[in-house]
Design a binder for this molecule. Structure first.
Ligand code: ATP
Ligand code: MG
Length: 452
């Protein structure tokens, strides 16, 4: 039989394999209980999964008197025999040796006691909140989502393009951008900003390499203090040469379905924990996406539905308006009770780069909106005709010269192409049913808050 290397570090997630073997675990104390008969029970977590493992420490362990004084948060190295507790049917470690790695000097001052803390409180200690079960679960789900987005796209032969974070161009036309200032703007010799989207740069690569994507940080200086907007967030952006709207729709559904399936499989215990934490008791919302239950509908049909509804405060509903959060909620949670793929919005409420339809009123685009979240994906066919693009640039009062390199893509061998952007945090909110986007990103940034 293979001999276990003493240097190997075992992870709680796969510990079952090592029943009746001497193993080494390193991790942090979650709870501790000392019995009167001289046994200490310590629950350890190592971050590999939501579950802890219990360590049983008897008096004969040489630093026993120090160990019983330890508190939640201290870190340990434990060597011991892994056994199955026949009564409780779980695994535990009979300690042979324990090394205290990190102590907590003044436990009374340690902000994370084992008691319940509100999410608002935890946000203020974003550097310590990964130690809680809830943030462990969210972090593992986030990791699995991003990993599987890459995996799916790589399997389909997409190329990863690292689009720039610093730019002098406004992708969306009229975004609120964070300006980079250093030595009175002389550094770059022109006004430069943090990017609101890598789309235009991706288009440059799609117009040669065909299928490209990026998963990167996005910065928006909108003063929107909502539960679903961050000043810094992460987005998957995709651009594909020769694709039309229907193919973009199909791809969006397939990517989501694939990743949600993987998350259910690999994060089963994390999801189970979240079910209790957020009290949602079933995973229908996840299964709906796996089964691709969406309604595809045109913008004008949505307007007709909204017009007939009498319960809205503002009943000035007409063709041309934006679909506000109130309307999104009504449509996804009351009327259709599922995710929507809304197509062909009026050109006047969409950015300059979207392709105008034959009606000369709408653009070939989609917004995918989900119950409880709102928009998770925004995509479109890109305007590939230089004549039309220039009209849009003018109409939107953009500086044409600034967009010259983008216009070159239309001047030199232009091709039909399409793409979309998917908000990573919005997807995590949807899966986990966390109510505030600030709790699904490691260190949230929002108006009046840039700590950490
Ligand atoms: P919204 O109407 O919700 O502000 P948007 O129309 O500005 O969204 P896009 O510019 O199309 O969104 O961005 C693509 C995706 O990025 C959105 O579908 C959404 O999932 C996500 N997203 C947009 N803005 C934010 C933000 N401030 N914080 C987190 N995610 C965002
Ligand atoms: Mg926005």
């Amino acid at each position: 039989m293979k001999k276990l290397s003493i240097l190997k570090l075992f992870k709680i997630k796969n510990i079952k394999k090592y029943k009746n073997k001497t193993i080494i675990i390193k991790g942090w104390i979650k709870t501790q209980r000392n019995s009167k008969i001289g046994i200490s029970f310590i629950d350890i977590n190592d971050g590999s999964c939501i579950e802890n493992i219990q360590i049983i420490i008897k008096k004969n362990i040489k630093n026993y008197n120090k160990i019983i004084k330890l508190t939640s948060g201290c870190s340990l190295k434990i060597k011991g025999l892994l056994v199955k507790n026949k009564k409780k049917k779980n695994y535990e470690i009979n300690a042979k040796y324990i090394k205290i790695l990190g102590n907590i000097k003044n436990p009374k001052k340690y902000p994370l006691s084992p008691k319940y803390h509100s999410l608002e409180f935890l946000r203020k200690i974003s550097h310590l909140r990964p130690r809680t079960k809830i943030f462990g679960a969210i972090t593992r789900i986030r990791n699995n989502l991003i990993f599987n987005l890459h995996k799916y796209l790589q399997k389909k032969k997409f190329l990863l393009i690292n689009t720039p974070i610093i730019t002098s161009l406004d992708t969306e036309g009229h975004s609120k951008m964070f300006q980079i200032k250093y030595d009175n703007n002389k550094f770059f010799n022109k006004k430069s900003y943090l990017s609101v989207s890598g789309q235009l740069n991706l288009e440059s690569y799609a117009c040669s390499l065909s299928k490209v994507y990026n998963i990167g940080p996005i910065f928006r200086a909108e003063n929107s203090n909502t539960k679903k907007h961050l000043s810094e967030f992460w987005m998957l952006e995709i651009e594909i040469a020769f694709y039309k709207l229907n193919k973009i729709i199909k791809l969006s559904k397939n990517i989501l379905s694939y990743c949600f399936k993987k998350i259910l499989k690999n994060n089963e215990k994390d999801i189970y924990y979240l079910i209790n934490f957020n009290k949602f008791y079933n995973i229908e919302h996840i299964n709906n996406i796996i089964e691709k239950k969406f309604i595809e509908i045109n913008y004008y049909e949505i307007i007709n539905i909204l017009k007939k509804e009498k319960t809205f405060k503002n009943n000035n509903i007409k063709w041309g308006i934006n679909i506000s959060t109130e309307y999104e909620k009504f449509l996804t949670e009351k009327y259709f009770k599922c995710g929507l793929i809304i197509k062909n919005y009026p050109k006047n409420i969409k950015p300059f780069y979207m392709k105008i339809n034959k009606d000369n009123k709408t653009v070939s685009c989609i917004d995918i909106i989900l119950p409880n979240i709102g928009e998770i994906i925004g995509g479109s066919v890109r305007e590939n005709r230089i004549y039309n693009l220039d009209i849009n640039i003018k109409k939107n009062k953009l500086n044409k010269n600034k967009y010259n390199w983008y216009r070159d893509l239309r001047k030199y061998g232009t091709i039909p192409h399409s793409g979309f952007g998917l908000g990573i945090e919005r997807i995590i909110m949807y899966i986990t049913k966390m109510k505030n986007i600030r709790d699904v990103i490691p260190f949230p940034k929002y108006p009046n808050y840039s700590n950490f």
